[in-house]
Design a protein around this ligand. Sequence first.
Ligand code: SF4
Length: 506
Amino acid sequence: MYDHPVCGQADGCPNVTCDVQCAARRTDWGDACGVFGVFAPGQDVARITYFGLYALQHRGQESAGIAVWHPREEMQHHKGMGLCFQVFTEQILRSLQGDCAIGHVRYSTTGSSHIYNAQPMFGEGKFGPFAVAHNGNLVNAHQLHEQLEMQGPEMAGISDTAVMVALLSRSSADTLEEAIIEMMGIIKGAYSLVLLAPEKIIAVRDAHGVRPLCIGRLNGDHWVIASETCALHTIGADFIREVEPGEMIVIDKDGLSATEVLKPTRKACCIFEFIYFARPDSHIYGRSVYMSRQRMGHLLAQQAPVEADLVIPVPESGIPHAMGYAEVAKIPYGEGFIKNRYIHRTFIAPDQRLRELGVKMKLAPLKEAVRGKRLIVVDDSIVRGTTTGPEIALLREAGAREIHLRINCPPIKWGCFYGVDTSAGRSELIAARMSVEEIRQHLGADSLEYLNMKNLIAAVGLPKSNFCTACFDNQYPIPVPKELKVAKADVAPAKSAEEEKQPAPS
Ligand code: SF4
C-alpha cells in the first residue's frame, strides 16, 4: 500500500481532479520498459512471467507488475514499486493462477516515479476486460489526451498507456483485435505492446519497429512474447521470430495468428538498443548485441588509436566495447573500476540528485591497477556528462597518469521522443552545448574520441536505413510534433548550475 506523499491518499487515489497535482496525476508520456507475455494453460504463468521480467530488469527498475487471466477468477494482478524481487513474493506469485499472463518492468522517462504509473494498466470495452503493458513513447499522446478529455469522461491517468487504454475502452468495435487495429490507425510513435484479454494474449509493434519485441515457443506448445530474446532464454523458450513492424500477433487456444495492420514504411529500430540499452546476450534483427558492441570497440580502436598501458571499461555496459578496443589496439585489457553490483543503473535513476549520488555509490577505482598508468577508458555513451566527469576524477585521484576517453557512439545531440530517457530537454545533453574539445576539457580527459556514425553502423552490420539514429543526427523516422520538439529544444547557452559543480579538469 502506498500513501500519497502530499495528501495522504492511499494507493489508487480516486481523486482524479486533485488540486495538488501530485505525482499521481502528473504526466508520464512514455517509457523505455520491458514487456513480457505468456500463453500456457496448465503452467505457472505468473512465475514464468516473473522470471521473464527478471531477465528484462535492466529495461526498468522503478516498478513491476503482472496480470493473469484465469477462466474462473478472471483477471487478477499485482504491481508495485521497485525491482521484481521486491514487488513479488512467493505468496503473491502463488495467488496469481491462470492460463495466460502479461508483465511489465518500468522506468519513467519524463514522468513521475509513482505506483499510479505502474503497468500493466487495465480497461474494459464492449468486448470485455483487458490489460496493457507498453514499451515506447507516443508522439501524439498529448493531443489524443486532450481530445479524449474533451469527449469525457475524465481519464484516470495521464500517460501514453492511459491514452491507449481509453481509446480501446471507448471503441465501438466488437472485438479487442478490431479495437487495436482502429487504435493503430490513430496513435503515432514507438510502441511495443502486450495485451491480456480473456483466454488470449496479443502483441503489437509500431510500423517502424522502434522498440524490440520477439516471439518464443515454450516446451513446444506454449507461446511467449518478450521485449528481448534474453528473456526467452531465461525461461527456456526457443526464439521463433521478431514481431514485425506494424504487425499484430494474437495467441489463443487455436495457436498464433499474425495480421499486418500497418504497412511498414521503413524499419527504424533504435540503434541505442545495440549501444547500451539491450542486454548483451540478446539478439535484435538476428544480430548479437554483444558482438556488435565488441565490433564497435574494434572499429573505435582503428578510428582513434592512442598509446597507452591499459584499456579499462566503465562497467558494466562498457565491457564488450573495451574488450573489442583492447583486442585491436593490442593493449592489455583490465579492470580499473570495481562496481557495486547491487546499485541500479544511474542512467535510469529518475532525478539528477540520485544520478549524481549514484556515481560514487556505484564505482570505486582499483588503485593498484591504475596507479601510474596511461589509461584508455572505454564507455558506451555520454548523455549528460554528469557521471563521466566524476569517474575520471576518481581515476585521477587513484593515480592514473593519463586518461584517454573513448566513446562507442557519436555525440548525442538530440532528444529521444520514442522512449529512451536521454534527457528531459536538449540543454541536458552535453554534446548539444559543447564541442568535443570543450567536453574533453570539461570532463578532464587527456583525449576524447567518439565512434563515428559510419563505424557504428558498420559494427552492427546492417544498412543505416534499418535504424533510428535521431539522437545523433536529428533524422527522426516518425515525425515529431513541433510542440514536443520545442519542449526538448531548450538549448542552454552556458553550462547548467549542476555541471558547474562537476570536478574541474585537472
Ligand atoms: Fe533510439 Fe536515439 Fe532514436 Fe531514441 S532517438 S529511438 S534513443 S536512436
